[in-house]
Write a protein that binds this ligand. Structure first.
Ligand code: C5P
Length: 232
């Protein structure tokens, strides 16, 4: 894999034009663009083909969580849009993930199917209080990563701190996407547990998600280039 295909730039915009012009500026140094709820809901699926038009790949970050049939069918629609990476909530359960992986696996050019484990906005305390889960957040992440692997998913989203335990439990081939990445020269913003791009890759991350350190920089292309150099 080319180093630039390890960098996923988060296009957290509601305006399609803003998202596309940012993507085009940084495309020489980053291969994948994350389209989340904000952009997808406001711009619609055509934003994906517009990113493809200048050679970008798309991570469609819709974190689906519903009954197995509904999620599997929605994932087929995502697959038809030729997205490179797509995700579902692992807490939707084994059957939901397995059915989705099976259906998507039958398509011609299937996306890498990723599970969301525990949102980083939740910690062990909120897991217990809100969801009545006794495991620590770290234990629950590993539990859900193992379940996702067994169900046939290709990997998970995880924080930089969880990479080692997931690789130990799920094997080196199980992909890990790491957000909350901050180069030493950029602001942390609201991210708390951050790793640098280099640290994330050294620990075994297959992809890093970078938003504001690139999109909020005075010169986004230069920032992306610096990150690419750091991980190459
Ligand atoms: O701007 P920043 O680099 O913080 O953006 C990170 C992106 O990754 C955002 O789109 C955010 O929603 C997403 N993300 C995250 N932490 C997670 C999962 C996703 O920051 N655990």
């Amino acid at each position: 894999m080319q180093a630039k295909d390890k960098i996923i730039v988060a296009l957290d915009y509601s305006q399609e034009q803003e998202a596309l012009s940012m993507a085009a500026r940084v495309a020489p140094y980053a291969g994948i663009f994350k389209v989340g709820f904000e952009l997808f809901i406001s711009a619609g699926p055509s934003v994906i083909s517009k990113i493809h038009a200048f050679g970008g790949k798309v991570f469609l970050d819709l974190k689906l969580h519903d009954i197995p049939n509904t999620v599997a069918r929605a994932a087929l629609s995502a697959s038809a849009l030729q997205v490179h990476i797509f995700n579902v909530h692992a807490s939707g359960g084994f059957e939901m993930m397995q059915r989705t992986a099976l259906e998507v696996g039958k398509t011609k050019n299937p996306p890498l199917l990723i599970g969301v484990t525990v949102l980083t906005s939740m910690d062990s305390k909120t897991l217990k209080k809100d969801l009545n889960i006794d495991l620590s957040a770290a234990e629950q992440v590993v539990h859900l990563a193992k379940l996702a692997k067994k169900a046939g998913l290709g990997g998970v989203v995880a924080s930089g701190e969880e990479i080692t335990r997931i690789k130990e439990n799920c094997g080196a081939g199980f992909k890990i996407i790491v957000p909350g990445v901050r180069p030493s020269w950029s602001e942390k913003n609201d991210q708390k547990r951050v790793v640098t791009p280099k640290e994330a890759i050294e620990r075994g991350a297959d992809y890093i998600v970078v938003g504001r350190p690139i999109t909020g920089a005075d010169n986004p292309a230069e920032a992306a280039k610096k990150i690419l150099k750091e991980i190459s």
